[in-house]
Design a protein around this ligand. Sequence first.
Ligand code: AHM
Ligand code: MG
Length: 337
Amino acid sequence: MVKHTATSVVTIERFIIEQERMFPDATGELSGILYDMALVGKMIANKVRSAGLADILGATSDTNVQGEVQQKLDVIANEIVVKAFDHGGRLCAMASEEEEDIIHIPEGFRPGKYVLLFDPLDGSSNIDVNVPVGTIFSVFRKITRGSHGEMEDLLQPGRRQVAAGYILYGSSTMMVYTTGQGAHGFTLDPSIGEFLLSHPNIRIPAQARYLSVNDAYEQDWPEPTRALMRRYRGLDGERKALNVRYVGSLVADFHRNLLGGGVFCYPANNKSPNGKLRLLYEANPLAFIAEQAGGAACDGYGSILDVQPTELHQRTPLYLGSKDEVDLVSEFPLPKF
Ligand code: AHM
Ligand code: MG
């Protein structure tokens, strides 16, 4: 028998297998979803890396050299995810920020016992200016009885997620995920095409350094939101100011605050009474990771993970990151619009 010597190089595959072994009844299906997500991450990373080359390589405005209509990267990323998951036998339904309706598993393929919700390329308006973007995903166990997935399976409170994570296409490509056993980060080594464990058991620093908010909306915020932001900025004399950092790509903003300590805010405002971000594709998965890393997430009224969704593309105000900063929100009575 081959004896493995101890090594500090842990591939994502090995890590997933070792986590699965802690659950003797595990069937390996959830592990399979995580591997497939890592593969999807590599495929989308590949597309994102060459995004700026599309014009140079002979494409005209809408049509490429083969006469095919050029697709936008978020549409390509969406197809990559759907094709990677629709035939694997692990999912019974999907929902994507890019698609209006529930995505069913095609006829002829065995449906599995999980559902996947995802934002294939979040922050995609940043692609044109070479700013990091990300893929976000959320997995639930099916709760209805039939073999096919239904809307009810997709509309579950975030507290019931069995896995969630994101892939950040930044200066390096990273995948961060949780299955409820801590949040773990892996960095893609492009020379070997493997995600390697680089950030085991991430803990968000309790001492926050950053505030991420788009204060161009300040004129539309209600007074309690303005007061909360003044507190974060140290303008009311109650505390030291946080540094403001806002990329405009949620995954990048969240990732920085997860590693460095901070709070991301997308408050409700007079013009967008539920903010902008989507509960199912953005807020829930990042809230699960934040909590697993010792942080928190709320919508201004309660925990994000306790919200019962009513529709697929539901928006939610979002305060996400270091626990003390998120808890501070409850001291400011934000009105419901
Ligand atoms: P998208 O899903 O259409 O890409 O929009 C989501 C993005 C987030 O990544 C980011 O946090 C937010 O939109 C920024 O919005 P704004 O420009 O209003 O500050
Ligand atoms: Mg998005």
